[in-house]
Write a protein that binds this ligand. Structure first.
Ligand code: ZN
Length: 283
């Protein structure tokens, strides 16, 4: 499942193909994904210019000159592909239409954006730009981890008296938007905090230290994603999936990378999801 850095990488890959360009043709090949598409979606998109491409949490938001914003969520298996080479950096040929190409946007600069989603957990909606933040998917979100509203006072207040494991607290989208399983595991490793520790029982300085660690973990991953975009010429134009070396995620049974630790990475299940951590240096 794509997390914030993957979605940000998709946004960065789409931006040069979409920002400032007009959607000349919108093909909507089925009535729904996770939810029904909005009424007359193809009609409302056709002829619209994309003024800006933003991201909020794991949602991509395309602000249109029609006063509407196209919201895109990739879900579990959604993929965005750019073809058409408007700027000499994407694959030239449009790919053959695939079975699960649900939405295809042709831009006036020659780019084609294809949204493919075999499992259809993704979503698209059109909202009024002026009230976009009130949308049911966006209004429940906490602050952006890379934004100014995310700071140690916020996290300290959110953790205070909380009896749930810190792993669950960091996955709570109302506390911090966009963090998922992978980057929470990585954050807790760098912070030296056990995923099992109760959020309300972590000493104040360690909670405060989580803020810069979360930012660094995400920025490192976004940087890795940005480098992957440079390889587009030989890639197939599919955005958002890149090789990234994790310290604990997916490393069960392997040696801890913290210098001098000597521990082994363990995996436990918390709320139905895997937590990877070192029981020796994460307390
Ligand atoms: Zn360790």
């Amino acid at each position: 499942m794509p997390e914030l850095p993957e979605v940000e990488t998709v946004r960065q890959g789409l931006a040069p193909a979409m920002e400032g360009a007009v959607i000349t043709r919108a093909a909507v090949n089925r009535p729904d994904l996770r939810w029904p598409f909005p009424d007359r979606m193809a009609e409302r998109l056709t002829g619209a210019r994309v003024n800006a491409l933003r991201r909020r949490s794991k949602y991509i938001l395309a602000d249109l000159d029609t006063g509407e914003t196209l919201l895109v969520h990739l879900g579990m298996s959604g993929r965005m592909t750019v073809s058409g080479d408007p700027l000499g950096r994407f694959v030239h040929e449009h790919p053959q239409a695939q079975k699960h190409d649900h939405v295809v946007l042709d831009m006036d600069n020659g780019a084609r954006i294809t949204f493919n989603d075999p499992r259809r957990f993704g979503a698209m909606d059109l909202l009024e730009t002026s009230t976009a933040e009130q949308h049911k998917l966006l209004s429940v979100l906490g602050p952006e981890p890379l934004g100014n509203d995310f700071h140690e006072d916020h996290l300290t207040a959110a953790f205070k008296g909380r009896n749930t494991p810190v792993k669950s607290a960091l996955l709570d989208q109302g506390i911090i938007a966009g963090l998922g399983n992978i980057y929470v595991c990585e954050t807790l490793f760098r912070a030296g905090i056990s995923p099992k520790r109760k959020a309300g029982q972590i000493a104040a300085p360690r909670v405060a230290a989580l803020v810069p660690i979360i930012r660094t973990v995400l920025k490192d991953a976004i940087r890795a994603g940005g480098s992957s975009l440079k390889d587009f010429r030989q890639a197939n134009g599919e955005l958002g999936y890149f090789q990234h070396a994790f310290d604990v995620y997916g490393r069960e049974g392997e040696p801890c990378r913290r210098e001098g630790c000597g521990g082994t990475i363990a995996r436990i299940t918390q709320s139905g999801r895997s937590s990877f951590y070192c029981g020796k240096c994460q307390r």
